[in-house]
Design a protein around this ligand. Structure first.
Ligand code: THU
Length: 161
């Protein structure tokens, strides 16, 4: 038997280390988080993507009384960006979350498994990695690629085998 280990590289920084464009994305994602429709969880997530054409698209989580019918902020945002600009790659995705008082939560929140699957397929589709920034009040995690968040990705290649 062999033991294999995987290493995932990510950067940890503080809010005041964000660059101007990252700060702008954070402001837009925060504005989106305030507009989330999250009456059931009170967990308001905001996301913003910077596209290769310089456009910024934002979104938030949308819940529903029939729980599985809702959608996470990340998928709302990336699907919206791909719907609006199908041929333009996502350069950076930033995600943040607000507590019940409208303040940033201390810890960054990682995207759920289904969102990771969608983000990695977006990377395959655009043939380019996207930077992912997970923003909390105390720490920001930065990944060079969404695929770093999802080892052993299921891709369309498996369907061909
Ligand atoms: N949620 C997101 O929007 N993004 C995530 O990555 C995790 C969870 C939403 C879904 C639901 O509206 C609420 O947060 C609680 O799970």
């Amino acid at each position: 038997m062999e033991i294999n280990e995987l290493k995932i590289k990510y950067f940890v920084k503080s809010l005041n280390e964000l660059s101007d464009y990252e700060r702008n994305l954070l402001n837009i994602a925060t504005e989106a988080a305030h507009k989330a429709y999250a009456p059931y969880s009170n967990f308001r997530v905001g996301a913003a993507v910077l596209l290769e054409n310089g456009e910024i698209v934002s979104g938030n989580n949308q819940e529903n009384a029939a729980f599985p019918s809702g959608l996470c902020a990340e998928r709302v945002t990336v699907f919206y960006a791909n719907a609006k600009y199908p041929d333009v790659a996502v350069n950076t995705l930033l995600i943040t979350v607000l507590d019940e008082n409208g303040d940033y939560r201390s810890e960054p929140i990682p995207p759920c498994g289904a969102c990771r699957q969608v983000l990695t397929e977006t990377e395959s589709r655009q043939k380019k990695a996207m930077r992912v920034l997970l923003v909390g009040k105390d720490e920001v995690y930065e990944f060079d690629s969404a695929s770093d968040l999802l080892p052993f990705i299921f891709t369309s290649n498996e369907l061909k085998k």
